[in-house]
Design a protein around this ligand. Structure first.
Ligand code: AP5
Ligand code: MG
Ligand code: ZN
Length: 216
């Protein structure tokens, strides 16, 4: 199962990737998670990435392409992978094609989550993430049993630095300008499968699995 999850900020890429990795036993490769990890560690890459992320812009292509190239060569990717938040520009998509072909791999599909941008602002403003295990929640749509506490590990739920309304709007604009051309890019490559991302979380999952039946 070699997949890309494509969609604007808040479309549900991370939420659905968590379901898919359980189902298929392949790793989730989220460039956003990897970059946030580097920021938290204070590594040189994290220091470089932080200013771009806080401003709602994209981290330079060469940085993220390097991260993904390295990650795809790890043995746990032999059975497949779910790319979440990468590629995000046409040069990143071209670089990915080159990396995969040098590894002798092909993408199976690109799932495009179709969503209404205005609804996404509410999703992102209500998102909470466990500081210890990374589990995702939403204060209204996917609430934890106890406010502010992770159901899975008891960790503290925090809000992402870039989930402020002004930064969210900037991220949406960046998506429209730099990432949305990838919808046509992958449609032209014959890989695109669209899914209605406005359905409830479980139903989006069912719709994605229906699109992936041929690859199981
Ligand atoms: P990244 O972490 O990838 O953020 P993003 O693309 O902005 O997407 P999000 O993680 O915000 O949304 P999501 O689609 O995963 O939604 P989620 O499932 O959490 O990137 C962050 C930053 O890193 C970028 O801005 C950039 O600076 C940098 N970066 C990362 N990758 C890069 C790259 N390739 N190139 C350059 N820079 C890069 O869901 C959101 C909320 O909604 C949750 O609370 C969830 O519970 C809820 N929810 C989900 N689905 C539903 C549903 N169907 N109904 C109701 N609620 C739902
Ligand atoms: Mg995400
Ligand atoms: Zn947790």
């Amino acid at each position: 199962m070699k997949l890309i999850l494509l969609g604007p900020p808040g479309a549900g890429k991370g939420t659905q990737a968590k379901m898919l990795i359980q189902r298929y036993g392949v790793p989730q490769i989220s460039t956003g998670d990897i970059l946030r990890g580097a920021v938290k560690e204070g590594s040189p890459m994290g220091l470089k990435a932080k200013s771009f992320m806080d401003a709602g812009g994209l981290v330079p292509d060469e940085v993220v392409v390097g991260i993904v190239e390295e990650r795809l060569q790890k043995p746990d990717c032999d059975k497949g992978f779910i790319l979440d938040g990468f590629p995000r520009t046409v040069p990143q998509a071209d670089a990915l094609a080159g990396t995969l072909s040098s590894l002798g791999k092909n993408l199976d599909a690109v799932i495009s989550l179709e969503v209404d941008i205005e609804a996404l602002v509410a999703r992102l403003a209500g998102r909470r993430t466990c500081d210890s295990c990374g589990a995702g929640y939403h204060v209204a749509y996917e609430p934890p049993a106890v406010d502010g506490v992770c159901d899975k590990c008891g960790g503290k739920l925090i809000q992402r630095d870039d989930d402020k309304e002004e930064t969210i709007r900037k991220r949406m604009a960046v998506y429209n300008e730099q990432t949305s051309p990838l919808v046509d890019y992958y449609r032209n490559a014959g890989l695109l499968r669209t899914v209605d991302g406005m359905l409830p979380i479980d139903e989006v999952g069912v719709a994605i699995l229906a699109q992936l039946k041929d690859f199981e």
